[in-house]
Design a protein around this ligand. Structure first.
Ligand SMILES: C[S@@+](CC[C@H](N)C(=O)[O-])C[C@H]1O[C@@H](n2cnc3c(N)ncnc32)[C@H](O)[C@@H]1O
Length: 236
């Protein structure tokens, strides 16, 4: 099986326990990372009426919940929210959650969307799993309207080792596979997470890739002692 297929089938396997494991393992902090990303993005975009927000690698659809919720709080009208993911297992959970969004099967590098149709594209904790990352960034550019925004939330590789990074590493490499493995009964899937972070980019490297893929980076900021990084970039 090729690498990308293997990653997607791993998500199929852990789909049923994904939400529970996520809440336990992040102590619920991911909620504040998601909220902040949506709020900032709406503020940068400035419009009160949007045609489409596409959430790529949507998984069980949590980011779609936040787009809908925060748009309502800010009195922003969104015609369509679409969550896209190649894993049917994850999509089935998303569809069972009564989210105000449509869910479609699809890969980041080949989105089932028209050119220049989206106001915002988001991808939360998904880019690390996309093997053909540059193709995916170019694809996000294709589906975004001119001036549209791309929001990425991701666990980036830390540039330098320090006390905090050592704690994060211990948590990611030891605690997370153990608890995630117990909850999902799939230790291998939860050992994949720390490895995928180590094989991923630093914040600075991803900024360069975004620039090369037709984006102007408006903000790249670490949260909770740089555990999670948020990128907001504009299509130019
Ligand atoms: C860690 S989950 C994140 C899910 C969700 N965005 C969240 O924030 O909870 C990663 C998701 O990426 C999806 N994925 C893996 N490879 C992908 C690809 N090539 N294109 C799009 N999504 C992909 C997986 O199926 C999985 O649902």
């Amino acid at each position: 099986m090729d690498k990308q297929k293997k990653i997607v089938s791993m998500f199929d396997e852990i789909a049923k326990t994904y939400d529970l494991a996520n809440r336990v393992l992040s102590f619920g902090i991911d909620k504040s990372w998601r909220r902040k990303a949506c709020e900032k993005c709406f503020d940068y975009y400035g419009k009160k009426s949007l045609d489409l927000i596409a959430d790529v690698a949507t998984g069980t659809g949590d980011m779609c919940i936040y787009w809908d919720k925060i748009a309502k709080e800010k009195k922003i009208d969104i015609k369509n929210i679409i969550g896209i993911d190649p894993s049917e297992g994850m999509l089935n959970i998303a569809k069972s959650k009564n989210i105000n969004a449509k869910f479609l099967k699809g890969e980041a590098k080949d989105l089932p969307l028209e050119d220049e149709s989206a106001d915002i594209v988001s991808i939360s904790y998904g880019l690390r799993n996309v093997v053909d990352r540059i193709e995916a960034l170019l694809e996000f550019n294709r589906v975004l309207k001119d001036g549209g925004l791309l929001v990425i939330l991701e666990f980036t590789k830390l540039k330098e080792e320090n006390f905090i990074s050592k704690i994060r590493d211990f948590y990611m490499k030891k605690v997370l596979p153990f608890i995630g493995g117990l909850l999902s009964k799939n230790y291998e899937a939860y050992s994949y997470l720390p490895n995928s972070i180590e094989n991923f980019l630093t914040k600075e490297m991803l900024i360069e890739e975004l620039k090369k893929s037709g984006f102007e980076v408006l903000e790249a900021k670490g949260y909770s002692m740089n555990i999670s990084t948020m990128f907001i970039a504009r299509k130019i």
